[in-house]
Design a protein around this ligand. Structure first.
Ligand code: PEP
Ligand code: MN
Length: 339
């Protein structure tokens, strides 16, 4: 971290600031330039609030030299992380996976949807048993029995399950039900107690970007999980809230290469929540593939108009089959270009 001071700063004020920095356990290296005085802060700079430093009268501006995320940072871990999701399925570092299934687990139809998506080429099964709904009066999910439906379907098809956890108190339940990947949804992207609790397990976590979350906030959320010891984090871009109203969210495709540049963690894209309309899911799924996503999460329902949630953005199994064909075509181009 570097603090650039006002030219007019008195020697006494600079000395005072240096001892304030040293008092935080850091070293302060002062250099006097022709037009400004610069202090280089060395040590555990996370202990310093950059805004507090910048608020001091003699400080003109503060610049971070290194990012606050360490474990998720590619600088300290140059190779891509490959996350093992169980059932022989790996994601990241050239392993590409498609997670598909209904928004909500609804019971009996799950196995039919699971069979269809698997036959079309999906490698992981999704479905929400605990649903984060904007309205408390909307359907809230089947709860624990929904996890059983998922486990049953996924065991029959030998697929890993991806399902959302909303409450830190449910971690043991998810472990007991042998959930392969715990999803943390956009609405819980900064639920720090939840992030810490899943961080204490070694179960892979699909961490979605908050709807108003920056890339750095997503990486700091990953850091919360990793700092507790769980390195099995998969990042997910699922659209952010902007001024645009023609789609449910705005798919930030930039985030895919940006996350790859900044972090070694696998990056999945979710064109279903990003667009909100079935007609836009396929083009944006293909675009995300072309942008280098390590995987896609796509909502599929056997009868979208009867879906208990997110029917508008759910593909029919037939549409999913066609989308998968096109995904394979895009992947073939990307993979051959990298060889
Ligand atoms: C979901 O995957 O069904 C979901 C609720 O996603 P998000 O958290 O991205 O809105
Ligand atoms: Mn959904």
């Amino acid at each position: 971290m570097i603090a650039i001071l006002r030219k007019s700063a008195s020697d006494e004020a600079v000395k005072h600031l240096v001892s304030w920095i040293e008092g935080k356990g850091l070293q302060a290296h002062v250099s006097h330039g022709e037009n400004e005085i610069v202090i280089g802060l060395v040590g555990e700079t996370e202990k310093i609030d950059p805004f507090l430093l910048e608020s001091m009268d003699i400080v003109e501006r503060v610049q971070r030299v290194s990012e606050p995320f360490k474990k998720a940072n590619r600088k300290f871990h140059p190779e891509d992380t490959v996350v093992d999701c169980g059932h022989g399925i790996k994601i990241g570092g050239g392993h590409f996976q498609v997670i598909a299934g209904p928004c909500s687990v609804e019971g009996k139809n799950l196995i039919d949807i699971a069979r269809r998506v698997k036959a079309a080429g999906a490698t992981m099964l999704r479905g929400g048993a605990f649903k984060p709904r904007t309205s408390p009066y909307a359907y809230q999910g089947m709860g624990a029995s929904g996890l059983d439906c998922l486990r049953e379907a996924a065991d029959e098809l030998d697929m890993p399950i991806v399902t959302e956890i909303m409450d830190p108190r449910d971690v043991q339940l998810f472990l007991d039900k042998r959930i392969d990947v715990m999803q943390i949804g956009a609405r819980n992207a900064q639920n720090f107690p939840l992030l810490k609790e899943v961080g204490k397990t070694d179960v892979p976590v699909l961490l979605k970007r908050g709807m108003s979350g920056t890339v750095d906030e997503l990486l700091m959320a990953a850091e919360y999980i990793m700092s507790e010891g769980n390195d099995n984090v998969i990042l997910c871009e699922r659209g952010i809230r902007t001024f645009e109203t023609r789609t449910r969210n705005t798919f930030d495709l930039n985030a895919v290469p940006v996350l790859h540049y900044l972090s070694h963690l696998p990056v999945v894209a979710d064109p279903s929540h990003a667009t909100g309309y079935r007609r836009y899911v396929e083009p944006m799924a293909l675009a995300a593939c072309a942008a280098g996503a390590d995987g896609l999460e796509i909502e599929v329902h056997d009868c979208p108009e009867r879906a208990w949630s997110d029917g508008a953005q759910s593909l029919t199994p037939e549409q999913f089959e066609q989308t998968m064909d096109r995904i394979r075509a895009i992947r073939a181009v990307i993979v051959s270009n990298h060889e």
